[in-house]
Design a binder for this molecule. Sequence first.
Ligand SMILES: [Cu+2]
Length: 313
Amino acid sequence: MLKFAMVGLLLATSVVAQQARLRLDVREDSKLGAFLTGADGKTLYIFTRDSLGTSNCYDACAENWPPVLASQLPTLPGGAQGRLTLIERKDKTRQVAYNGQPLYYWKRDRKAGDTLGQALNDVWYVAKVGRTAPTATSVEQSGNPSAASGPTAAQSAVKYPPGDSMWVTNAPKNRAAVLTVKAGSPTINDGFNYNGVTDGEKGFVVPQGWRVVINFRNMGDTFHTAIVVDAPKSGELKDQYPVTAAAFPGAGKRVLVHGQGTGEFDATLDFVANKPGVYLILCGRLNHALNGQYVRLVVDPNASVAEWKSFKN
Ligand SMILES: [Cu+2]
């Protein structure tokens, strides 16, 4: 049974490979100008850490940024300047390059016109037509960032008082809670996460009226910000948020790259959660929240202590 299914799959794949003659196109965007698009009109990107004719994006990188593969050289759409080539990847597949720059998709772009990968980590840019690639402006990595995924087995075994966890310390007598948020763990969602979580799937509940102190540590090598904003009523996030968008005074900061802060943490928010409601702790940098970099913060008049919890349905 399984064998038959596999044979069917292989046949289907090779048929698709033969039929799929990749067609590139140019999209005009009011903000970004003209850039190349690939299959289904999806936006194509270049990686400033590539060298001309050579991809440096493999493994986890290539899972997040699928290379544009083709067996035959596609043609440039009419009017577009420049040159397409096929470069060979380590696995012998062939990747389309534009003016020597290997081309990629971004996994979180769903449809034609999505440009959620633009400027990510200051190294990914839409493949502009008729222009040279931007030079890398990435911040030099400093310190020794390590991954901040879920708690380790040893940490899970620690007994915490009710509500407390590795991300939460309650001080009920002071009507205060200290929350810890690790931003940008590099191994999760290409760094667009808090505490390893994306898309608001987890977050904090805090009692209304409590003082909330949120300590941020940046685990990655790109800047993030941390802002508590009202959860958008429409469900639509904006592409960026200034720190002044904070829903409470004191609830927005830029988070430095790990090790560039002056104290134990890279940034601290300190505010009184005096308005009940659903909020998001998000990163305001271009496209970071749209790529899932947010957790929830619920200010609950009925909560007795602060907690870290899952909001997955
Ligand atoms: Cu960010």
